[in-house]
Design a protein. Structure first.
Length: 291
């Protein structure tokens, strides 16, 4: 029975990780940015959903919509306030831009984390689920919201696949990830491409954050672990490889779930970090490498 419980919970958690990491990976593949404020954006979306659903009285549906909107705004703020000024700065040598972006997004994430803790404390916050009730799966009582979380995550990932592979804008994103200079020669502005990818990223991070608040709950203390999990998934799957990130999300999700159930939730991220160190030494390009 415990094995089935781990299988069910791990699938839902992994689906959440896959959704969050997909946006993270897509953004790196297109713009080359590793956003270390990722966890903060997810948490700020979750806290916004909690405030709108509870304090404002909007209920879970308006809370979810508002949380995703705030997640998108937080993503835009990260890009326009931190990332783009660094990338366009003439005072920063071009070869050092990436490290400045990493540092800038890390500090930005810490600022968001501290702001959340200051205004709303660091206590865990849970949003009322969109789908109430319990489902019995082979003797394991599973909240319907947990099943809905996995379904929504994969539905959004499927829509993203259609966007990238079946639309003109998506094909421009793919082209930009392969040859940015070639895209500019074809008459497309990279600045607009980057805004599009940050828009997609913000929506995905917002949805993942809101679903996480409805599933497990979040707090400002979860900013670091969420960013670490996303970073581990992206590196494990292969920087820039969306397919690799989806596989890695399930490796990380199940590894964390098994650790939480069999050892302690306090140590759930340790095996993942050890695996990450091992992968960096043995296969630094990740499971599938960059596509």
């Amino acid at each position: 029975m415990l094995g089935l419980q781990i299988l069910i919970d791990g699938f839902a958690i992994s689906a959440l990780y896959a959704l969050g990491a997909t946006g993270f990976t897509l953004m790196f593949g297109v713009s080359g940015v590793l956003n270390l404020s990722h966890g903060a954006i997810m948490v700020v979306a979750a806290v916004a959903a909690w405030v709108i659903a509870g304090d404002v009285g909007g209920g879970p549906y308006w809370g979810a919509a508002g949380g995703v909107g705030i997640g998108l705004i937080a993503a835009y703020a990260t890009y326009f306030t931190v990332v783009r000024p660094i990338q366009r700065s003439r005072a920063i040598p071009k070869e050092e831009t990436e490290i400045f972006v990493l540092t800038g997004t890390l500090l930005w994430g810490i600022m968001i984390q501290e702001a959340i803790a200051y205004f709303y404390t660091s206590n865990p916050k849970t949003v009322r689920p969109l789908v109430p009730g319990v489902l019995n799966i082979l003797g394991v009582r599973t909240p319907l919201n947990e099943v809905a979380t996995a379904v929504v995550c994969w539905a959004v990932i499927g829509l993203l696949w259609l966007l990238v592979n079946r639309t003109r804008a998506g094909k421009v994103l793919l082209a930009a990830s392969i040859n940015p200079r070639g895209v500019t020669l074809l008459g497309f502005e990279l600045s607009r491409v980057y805004i599009l990818v940050w828009t997609i990223y913000g929506v995905l991070a917002g949805i993942a954050g809101v679903l996480l608040a409805m599933f497990l709950g979040v707090s400002s203390d979860g900013v670091g672990p969420l960013t670490a999990s996303a970073f581990s998934i992206v590196v494990l799957g292969g920087l820039g490889s969306v397919s690799g990130s989806l596989i890695a999300a399930y490796v990380v999700g199940y590894l964390e779930t098994v650790t939480a159930y069999l050892i302690s939730p306090a140590y759930r991220t340790i095996p993942v970090l050890l695996l990450l160190v091992l992968v960096v030494y043995i296969r630094p390009q990740g499971l599938l490498g960059r596509r």
